[in-house]
Ligand binder design. Sequence first.
Ligand code: ATP
Ligand code: MG
Length: 1079
Amino acid sequence: MEVKTSLLDNMIGVGDMVLLEVLTEDSFIENLRKRFDHNEIYTYIGSVVISMNPYRPLPIYTPEKVEEYRNRNFYELSPHIFALADEAYRSLRDQDKDQCILITGESGAGKTEASKLVMSYVAAVCGKGQEVNKVKEQLLQSNPVLEAFGNAKTVRNDNSSRFGKYMDIEFDFKGDPLGGVISNYLLEKSRVVKQPRGERNFHIFYQLLSGASDDTLKRLKLDRDFSKYNYLSLDSAAVNGLDDAANFRTVRNAMQIVGFMEDEVQSVLELVAAVLKLGNIEFKPESRSNGTDESRIKDKNDLKEMCELLGIEQSVLERAFSYRTVEAKMEKVATTLNVAQAYYARDALAKNLYSRLFTWLVSRINESIKAQAKTRHKVMGVLDIYGFEIFEDNSFEQFIINYCNEKLQQIFIELTLREEQEEYIREGIEWTNIEYFNNAIICDLIENNQNGILAMLDEECLRPGTVTDETFLDKLNTICAEHQHFESRLSKNSKFLNDHSLPHSCFRIQHYAGKVLYRVEGFVDKNNDLLYRDLSQAMYKANHSLIKQLFPEGNPAKVNLKRPPTAGSQFKASVGTLMRNLQTKNPNYIRCIKPNDKKASHVFTESLVRHQSRYLGLMENVRVRRAGYAFRQPYESCLERYKMLCKRTWPHWKGPAREGVEVLMGELPVPAEEYSYGRSKIFIRNPRTLFFLEERRRQCLQELATLIQKIYRGWKWRTYFLRLKKSQIVVSAWYRRYAQQKKYDKIKSSTIVMQSYIRGWQARKLLRRLKYQKRCEEAVTTITAYWHGTQVRREYRKYFRANAGRKIYEFTIQRIMQKYFLSLKSSMPSKSPIDKNWPARPYLFLDAVHTELRRIFHLWRCKKYRSQFTEEKKAVYEEKLEASKLFKDKKALYPSSVSQPFKGDYLEIRKNPKYQKLNSAVEEKVLLADVVNKINRANGKGTARIFLLTKKNFVLADQKTGQVKASVPLPDLTSVSVSTQSDGFFALRLKEGSASAVKGDFLLSSEHLIEIITKLHRIGATAADREQIDIDISDEFLVQFKQDKVCVKFVQGVAKNGNSVSCKRKNNRLLEVSVPTKA
Ligand SMILES: Nc1ncnc2c1ncn2[C@@H]1O[C@H](COP(=O)(O)OP(=O)(O)OP(=O)(O)O)[C@@H](O)[C@H]1O
Ligand SMILES: [Mg+2]
């Protein structure tokens, strides 16, 4: 961003008072006015910032302004509070120095605003990020919460801080905020119960009543009307430019961001409501029998509602407002309270409730904002206390507030005036002492442990006997009367004796900032800060967690009879700790000045500003700065910071640091009067010189940074290059190896191919030669053999020519035949006539011989076989042969008969006595005896008959009786008819005209058909006296039954009832025999 105004150029008035040409109080004030009139509210005295309250918003805190001041040198731009904040933040971050920002000025001068500006600037320039932003937001949002509960409208300031606040903001090494710790100092709690004319109670009461929703108010049992509450002053309830309702929403929102739970917020609001209710409790006297008055509560409604809000039993609190328990020597005595005491007790309870709530709020905020990390922190403390104030009626609170301001002025004087001048002397710098007012004497008047006002007040409070504010004043009158800064009507400082402006029961202190008249009334009480134990016990009994926490001393188990430290001594101790803390940090001062008493913009009341600049010691401050040096630094750190500005000191100076700095400054174009050498530090007179040094350093640093960057980049790229080179070598080595390996493998394989070709070629050549050689040898052998053969043949031709060929042929044939028979002999098949084996024929020309030999052999072995037969067996075989000739391939029944032996006499007729009669009727030898079926001519059914065959005739006899039914001489039989099928039917046809033929032909059926017919045929063949019987085989033949000729027809039928053949008379001329087909 472009720099518009520099501290040292084109300034309205003078930006730094040190540069005022003529330094007088008038020129000083004039400079302030001139700048104020031009909206330049900030002016420097060296590094101290003077801030004038503009009483109106100025456009100088925008984000653009933040950017403008960010990371800029303190003297580079026009004076601004941001420049100081930036300087503090950068030295904290870069030089690791803890900082504190001390903001002083009287009430309404703008301290609180300044502290918020510093915080918001630091928040804007420090690191960013989700976590960091949350911390920042919490730190910033703690302000509205604390202001609502701790600020109030006073006659001097509409938003006056009624408590002291010191906030440590903690940063990590990068300068990012980690968290914070807030310390609070004595809240002006008397304001809770009573406010001076024209002032208000704490903001939160008004905010709650204006801003809370109807529901919330109902729940809190509150009414929106301020006038309903005794504790709220009515004449100044509405403040111009203050929107209580909107602020209430801001506070609720801030509480949420800081991390308050919803129930915590509710508890806090309940307490606030309870305080308002408490103020409405009123008492009336009730006379007792012993003549004393006892207080009674007038209207119990408010008490009831308050008790309901806090969960307290009404009777307990009611009793606590009427009685007080005093413990003396292990004894408890209950004394009654009169009305005044009851009011005192009520107010004490309200004040305690509120101030303890405030302390709890601070600790609760601390809990939220405390730094999480346990690492070392850098700290920036921001101090914003209540400003110095003078009211018409000043009490203990103002005394405490002004004491605190006195201490702050002291620390300012210590560090800027006294310490600085002492340092010049210590360092041996030529120096003319500058007079200034040291307020140590006033501090001593207040805090001296033996006879300081606070010590005496404590003494008075602890003293046995009657103690009143008057006795305390008496004590002051006796002890402090001599003090220059103490005045009272009765003091021995006689010049005031006649001063009737000084009322009774008052004392006056001449503070650094003016005289303040304090009314002693209430000093003792407020210092004692007593709350009756009955009340704290009643609070402890509350069924409300927050109330219980706030009154731990009410726990009956922890009764502590020791007096608690007084308010004054507590405050003194905490201020002491604060001062010690501030002294360990690097101070940055903001001196706030109030331009007028009317809270008005554009009004510059010269007398008021003059007064403030006087008591703040600003003129002295300028004088010391002007006579002295703007900047100092130990030689070591100066050399360390600026050594790069001179070649001889950069980068290392070997000798003592002071000599190094002398060499350094000698080489720089800085006039000698601009600096001085002290014992351990160099002193630089003008900020311009420092600015010059800083600028040169900045340039040098840039060059050095470039150099470092250059070297680093060179190193980085060189290392990178070397790494690349190294890897390239590795890669190429591996590649070369790979390429060579591949090449070698290729050469190797080609060599092997070539070798194999050459070897092959050589081998083939050798083979060819060897083959040729062998052929030659064979040819020679053959030729020789042929030659020898020719020669032998030529020799022996004369002996062989006529028959040698034939002889050789016959011999050969002979030999072959010999061999053939011999082999045939050894491989002869078995002698079984059915064996089909016969050795294979060896030569084709032996084909006929071989077949013939086989036939002969077969005939021979058949003959051999037959020759073993007996006569009977022979006859049987002859019969079988006969049957074969007759029926083979003609009748289907034949094959089944082949395996059946022709037994002939199946009935054993000669032996069986049953057939004795029949046997005697037959003379001839029975050739065949069997049971046959005689077919009935009428219906085709069969009747069993014994069939006997002899050489002369055949007989049919009854099977049971053996009675001969018919006996036919064989010559009467002309032919036998049978079918081609597998049935046993046969017709015996008789010679026409013969005696036997009277009854007609016989149609019979037998299981031994083949045997019967064969035997009939053989008998015919062997008998000389008759013709051979014809065998007629056909499926249709005629049979003569008595007169009729009936055709017997054989058909193929389906097997029924087993396999039996059925015979049916179809009509007069047809008898049908159904023969089942074989499956
Ligand atoms: N820089 C500023 N710009 C605009 N207005 C300002 C500035 N500083 C202060 N004010 C105005 O002055 C009023 C009082 O300022 P502030 O509350 O900071 O005073 P204070 O010094 O903290 O007083 P006290 O000691 O009573 O707390 C503010 O409410 C605001 O209106
Ligand atoms: Mg303030």
